[in-house]
Design a protein around this ligand. Structure first.
Ligand SMILES: Cc1ncc(COP(=O)(O)O)c(C=O)c1O
Length: 436
């Protein structure tokens, strides 16, 4: 019998795409092994172009909060776009309604402006912080991802020898922008304090994912976020929470509502539009009114597609579904079950595991604990992580097969999905270990 593998439709589609699109994909982290292209999603499930179905925990890097093709969101979007999607003048009722909801729910946000991606949101927030303070430098944290622009694209998943050192993640970045961004250790207030003292009067903002979900789930120690608030106040820097992942996913008021620590500015994205391209920058009125959307504002804010009805209607419809709290209760309960189940599977396999994540997020890492800093993350067994994820995909459970990719539960997942995923996880881990 022939053992020659026939190319899948995913492989063929990617090859065809590569004729016209560099590498065949439109963002750098969409090439997976095994190669997969998806033709439809519904609720908690996705189906690839070969017709195989998967329970989806990738959730488009966390943008899908309510499930794929959520009927409530899609209906509102369809109704809204019947009247046209973009006019480029004034404001629509939809934009006012979205802003009203965001300012009602996110405790530190008195005013908000929308854009189309999380990277735009962090870009604008940093520029606003620079405009307000008249300072140039910012602080970010090793292991955190805050978008693709030159202000922040350094020291994300750094190689061990570059941790905390100068580590731009791309060629073509402006040296001045890279060097204006200082890098501190997550959960290390003394490091932040020393950095602010060494750069006294020069730091415009401290920018942080309040949970380091890109690293891939480091929780803030008790007092860490409050300590940052205090340090920013003492040094005249703005505190920016990058809630692009945590916002609306963990709580309708973002992680700030749970932590009880109020940033000056907040960036939001991903879950706010359940997959539609919506993001936002919000904050205190005294800062937000510097944007030149306001007469006399001195910080530029623009974007042809800002406030388009497709995205904004999706945002309104998504937030509406979060308002009675039932979605978050469901998400958090399933997240707790998943993390506990995975920890038991690791224990039964007799290998050290750490289950990172919070609320609806989880990631099974193959390492000794704790998971408190980026240095800890480097202990993860990369080969086992990849092999395990590929075995999961073969069993119909889609967690992105890339090192340290976090996984996301949506409102459409059920207890039965979690049970079946845990069963698959046990088998996948055994297969990955046997293959070593
Ligand atoms: C915390 C955080 N901030 C910002 C971004 C950038 O968002 P976008 O990819 O929508 O530009 C991301 C994307 O993963 C993110 O995780």
């Amino acid at each position: 019998m022939s053992t020659v593998k026939r190319p899948t439709r995913s492989t063929e589609l990617l090859e065809r795409a590569a004729e016209h699109i560099p590498g065949g994909v439109n963002t750098c982290r969409r090439r997976s092994e095994p190669k997969l292209c998806i033709r439809r999603g519904e609720g908690a499930y996705i189906e690839d172009v070969d017709g195989r179905r998967y329970i989806d925990y990738h959730a488009a890097y966390g943008a899908i909060l309510l499930g794929h093709a959520n009927p409530g969101v899609d209906r509102r979007v369809c109704e809204a776009i019947a009247d046209g999607v973009l006019f480029g003048i004034g404001v629509t009722e939809w934009e006012v309604e979205l802003a009203r909801k965001v300012t009602e729910h996110v405790p530190s946000v008195e005013q908000v402006v929308v854009c189309n991606s999380g990277s735009e949101a962090t870009y604008h927030a940093i520029r606003l912080a620079r405009g307000v303070t008249g300072r140039q430098r910012i602080v970010k944290f090793q292991g955190c991802y805050n978008g693709f622009h030159d202000y922040v694209l350094r020291n994300v998943l750094s190689a061990p020898e570059l941790v905390g050192r100068r580590d731009p993640q791309s060629k073509g970045m402006l040296d001045a922008a890279v060097d204006a961004t200082l890098v501190c250790r997550f959960n290390d207030l003394a490091d932040v304090e020393a950095t602010l003292e060494d750069n006294a009067g020069e730091v415009a903002a401290v920018l942080i994912e309040p949970i380091a979900h890109n690293a891939p789930g480091i929780l803030p120690h008790d007092g860490f976020l409050a300590g940052l608030r205090d340090l920013c106040d003492r040094h005249g820097a703005l505190l920016i929470f990058d809630e692009v992942i945590t916002g609306f996913r963990h709580h309708i008021g973002g992680f700030q509502a749970l932590a009880g620590v109020m940033p000056d500015l907040t960036t939001m994205g991903k879950a706010i539009g359940n997959g539609f391209p919506l993001a936002a920058v919000g904050g205190r009125r005294e800062h937000m009114e510097h944007f030149n959307t306001n007469p006399g504002g001195d910080v530029h804010y623009g974007g042809t597609f800002n406030g388009n009805t497709v995205a904004v209607a999706a945002g309104v419809a998504t937030i509406e579904q979060l308002e009675d709290g039932a979605v978050h209760a469901h998400l958090n309960r399933l997240g707790d079950r998943m993390r506990a189940g995975l920890a038991e599977i690791g224990a039964r396999a007799g290998i050290p595991v750490v289950v990172g994540g919070y609320g609806s997020l989880f990631v099974l890492c193959f390492m000794e604990g704790p998971l408190d800093s980026y240095e800890d993350v480097l202990r993860n067994d990369t080969a086992l992580f990849g092999a395990y994820r590929r075995e999961l995909v073969a069993r119909g459970v889609f967690e992105m097969p890339e090192n340290l990719g976090r996984s996301h539960i949506s409102a459409a997942h059920t207890d039965d999905d979690v049970d079946r995923s845990l069963q698959a996880a046990e088998e996948a881990l055994r297969a990955a270990l046997d293959a070593r």
